[in-house]
Structures are given as structure tokens and as C-alpha cells.
Design a protein around this ligand. Structure first.
Ligand SMILES: NC(=O)c1ccc[n+]([C@@H]2O[C@H](COP(=O)([O-])OP(=O)(O)OC[C@H]3O[C@@H](n4cnc5c(N)ncnc54)[C@H](OP(=O)(O)O)[C@@H]3O)[C@@H](O)[C@H]2O)c1
Length: 314
């Protein structure tokens, strides 16, 4: 029985090492070497080349090495077997760190003070808003959205979430479905995107949506943080909204094309903070262990954990 590691864009060496240590009874093979396709029962994948997973007649399950599965579902030749994704406390904690960092950075105007330090300007803002004055809206209240919401709430922010189905948390207002989207946006100063990329969410964060954000908040204009997938937003709309004041600022970790092309205006806009799609990186130590646990469950006849619903795309 083999586990095929099918990774592009990441170093596969640490994954090979972890899976070999944790699954000594299985052969661990990679796309870069000859292997018997009939022997492959499992695939652990991150952005595998389209078609690479076709023609594996004994495949039982595919494991995404990240929380998202859009990189798998966009392959027209993806085999019709169960897919499991990563749900991992380490990954979730990393995302919450990123979200808290950037909410606090915008609240405390850190980019302004970075500029003032470079220019040797001593100019405090005596009307500094407090976290309780800021209405945060999280689109996507799944594993990551919920954890970020609870932690932002502990920091004192006024937090609401929007998802497909309603949620029930103390002190966190829940909105759901397209019928409640506008009222959610109208009470939001900082919009955080933690939605999966699916047919329903593709291109959702566009100019018409951004124009519905609150304009009466303490940050003197709405702010966007997207740490989910670049396909959920329309970059040309974000750029024009940042230029005409529809958005005051943005933090972006993900882009329509990655790496972000060098001619994108986003690189040099003063009101944009960019990171290279590393808000929450999968740690092989934690993620390989979780996948192995799931494989052992399957082999013991138990249900797969964290199975993706291919119908809704996440
Ligand atoms: N930048 C990075 O480094 C990084 C790292 C890890 C993950 N991510 C991204 O983060 C995403 C979220 O991860 P997660 O583990 O929190 O996912 P998750 O647990 O599957 O949560 C997804 C959330 O989005 C909501 N949703 C999905 N489709 C929707 C729609 N059409 N309308 C409204 N709400 C919708 C779901 O609603 P329900 O609750 O009603 O189902 C759920 O609340 C991943 O898909 C991945 O793309 C990025």
C-alpha cells in the first residue's frame, strides 16, 4: 500500500520524512519518481498538477495538506473518492495570530507611525479609537473564522460573523445567507474574509459589496483583510476602491495570481499591507500526524474525519 505525496510550490522533503516516520508499513512515493499506480491507496496533496491523480485504480482517499481544497476541486480529472482537509489547532492558531495582528495594526494606525518614525515626525493621535469602538465582520465562520472571532472578541472588538448557516456564540452576532449579507456589511468597519473559494464565493468581494460597508465608523473608512483565497476577491475593484476612498486600507495575504505580479499596483500603495500567502502555513509535524491518524481510522473501518462536501465545494 502506498501514499503518494503530490505537492507543487512547496518543499516536499519534510513531508516525505514525516510520512515515512509515521507510516513505516506503507510505501511513500512522489510524483517525481517511478511508482506502481495500482499500489497507491492514499494521496497527500497540495496543488497537484491537473490530471496527476487520475489513473490510480485503488485510490481510497485524498488528503489536502492545507485547510482549503479549491486546489484539488479545480482539477477536472480529480478522482471521485472522499477528500479530507486539514483542521488543525496549530494552523487555526496561526491564522488567528495573523487576523489579530492586522486588526490591531489598523486600529492603532501602525503604518502611519512607521511612516512618522521614518520621517522623524512626533505627532500622536489624541482621538485614538478603542477596540470596543470597532465593528469587525468576519465572512466565513468556519474553523478559522470562529476562532478568530472569539479571540477578537476577547481583545474587546465588536465582532459579527456571516456564513451560509447561522451560528450561536455569546457576544458574536450571527448573520447568514445572501438575505442577511447587506445588513452585516452595513455594520462592518473591518471586513475579514475567511471564506473558502467555491463556485458560490468566487469574485464575491467586489466593488458593489465593498460599497456597502459602514462609512460612519471610528477608523474613517472601511478596511478589508483577506487571508482566505485571492479568487474570492476582484483585485481591480479593490485597487480602485483603495484609490477613491471606498476602502481606507487593506491587508492582503492572497491574490488572484500568486506570486503577485511585479507590475501590480498593490505592491506600492501606501494603504496596502501585503504578505506572501503565509497567514497560516501547514506545519508538516502537525499536519502529517493528523493525516496519518485519519488513514489509520479508514483502515480500522471508521469514518474519515474532516471530509469535504464536494457538492458545496468545502
Ligand atoms: N492564507 C492562508 O495562509 C490560509 C491558510 C489556511 C486556510 N486558508 C483559507 O481559509 C479558508 C477557511 O478555512 P476554514 O478551515 O475556516 O474553513 P471552513 O471551516 O470550511 O469554514 C468555511 C466557512 O465559510 C462559510 N461559507 C462557505 N461558503 C459560503 C457561502 N457561499 N456563503 C456564506 N458563507 C459561506 C461556511 O459556512 P457554514 O459554517 O454555514 O458551512 C463556513 O462558515 C480555507 O478554505 C482556505 O482557503 C488560508
Amino acid at each position: 500500500m502506498s501514499l503518494l505525496i503530490a505537492v507543487s510550490g512547496w518543499d516536499e522533503a519534510p513531508w516525505i520524512e514525516r510520512f515515512r516516520a509515521l507510516l513505516p508499513e506503507h510505501r511513500i512515493v512522489t510524483l517525481g519518481e517511478p511508482f506502481d499506480r495500482r499500489e497507491v491507496h492514499y494521496v497527500a496533496a497540495w496543488k497537484p498538477p491537473h490530471g496527476a491523480l487520475a489513473g490510480l485504480p485503488n485510490l481510497a482517499a485524498i488528503f489536502s495538506l492545507g485547510a482549503g481544497v479549491d486546489h484539488l476541486l479545480n482539477d477536472p480529472r480529480l478522482p471521485d473518492v472522499p477528500i479530507a482537509r486539514v483542521v488543525d489547532a496549530d494552523l487555526t492558531q496561526r491564522m488567528s495570530e495573523y487576523i489579530m495582528l492586522h486588526c490591531l495594526m489598523h486600529l492603532r494606525q501602525q503604518r502611519l507611525y512607521d511612516h512618522q518614525q521614518r520621517e522623524k515626525i512626533w505627532q500622536p493621535d489624541y482621538s485614538q479609537a478603542a477596540a470596543r469602538d470597532i465593528r469587525i465582520g468576519i465572512m466565513g465562520m468556519g474553523v478559522m473564522g470562529q476562532d478568530a472571532a472569539l479571540k477578537l472578541n476577547q481583545l474587546g472588538f465588536n465582532v459579527a460573523g456571516w456564513s451560509r448557516t447561522p451560528k450561536n456564540f455569546d457576544n458574536i452576532q450571527s448573520f447568514s445567507g445572501s438575505e442577511q449579507l447587506d445588513v452585516f456589511l452595513a455594520r462592518t468597519d473591518i471586513l475579514i474574509c475567511l471564506l473558502p473559494l467555491t463556485d458560490a464565493t468566487r469574485g464575491m468581494i467586489n466593488r458593489p459589496l465593498l460599497q456597502k460597508l459602514a462609512r460612519n465608523g471610528r477608523l474613517s473608512g472601511p478596511i478589508l483583510i483577506n487571508a482566505a483565497r485571492g479568487g474570492v476577491h476582484v483585485e481591480a475593484d479593490i485597487i480602485s476602491c483603495l484609490q477613491d476612498g471606498t476602502l481606507k486600507a487593506a491587508t492582503l495575504d492572497v491574490f488572484e495570481v500568486e506570486p503577485l505580479p511585479s507590475d501590480s499596483p498593490l505592491w506600492t500603495m501606501a494603504n496596502v499591507t501585503l504578505t506572501p500567502h503565509n497567514a497560516a502555513m501547514s506545519d508538516p509535524d502537525f499536519v502529517a500526524a493528523q493525516i496519518v491518524q485519519n488513514i489509520l481510522r479508514l483502515e480500522a473501518g471508521e469514518d474519515l474525519l474532516h471530509q469535504v462536501d464536494r457538492g458545496v465545494g468545502y
